[in-house]
Design a protein around this ligand. Sequence first.
Ligand SMILES: [Mg+2]
Length: 231
Amino acid sequence: MKKYNHIFFDLDHTLWDFKTNSRHTLVEIYTHFNLEDRGVESERLFIEVYEKYNHRMWADYRNGKMSKKTLRTERFRQSLYHVGVKDVALSLEIADYYVDNSPVKTTLFPGAIDVLSELNSRYEMHIITNGFEEIQDIKMTQSGLHPFFNAVITSEKAGAKKPHPAIFEYSLKLANATPEESLMIGDNQLVDIEGAQKIGMDGVFFNPEEEDKLVIPCYEVKSLKELLNFL
Ligand SMILES: [Mg+2]
């Protein structure tokens, strides 16, 4: 008898290739808003600085220290300031452009659709994400992911963010699943894997960049296709 009945996937950096889609949008922004003429030396510098600020501010958002609205604008205001562009109005325009254009990008990790099609015949599948409700819905619609999933649980809907146990418990309840028959697949060891394993679910660490391990997962894969070795 197979062990699992329910698979819970993280979305960003696990199925939807966040880094690639985000970088494409940042390159568009660089051109669209003439950042070169405003003194930003290269696309690469803009991307590097933005990713650093975004990463830091996302951690604050996850810990409840920053609101969604502040996160969305401050990451651009501060990274532009860092590269010498002191223009609050422009940073607000860019923030809007990013939120409008990044989620419609459709790059998924290699094999995503094939693997999901295969797993879909054997498991009930769901998404658990800390991303914003309306944004995640656009990403899933545009990239054709919706048909594979029963429920899409966002932290906004659950009232708690991963790794808080409440969002995993909320998700299990919604799926009518027990922790023992459930598997969580995600790229963030502390948020996805440790969070799930703490409430008794098994975790799969999706680790395409071969990061050092901070937590011992039940399984580790470097590509989505490797999931089919044991599921
Ligand atoms: Mg993720």
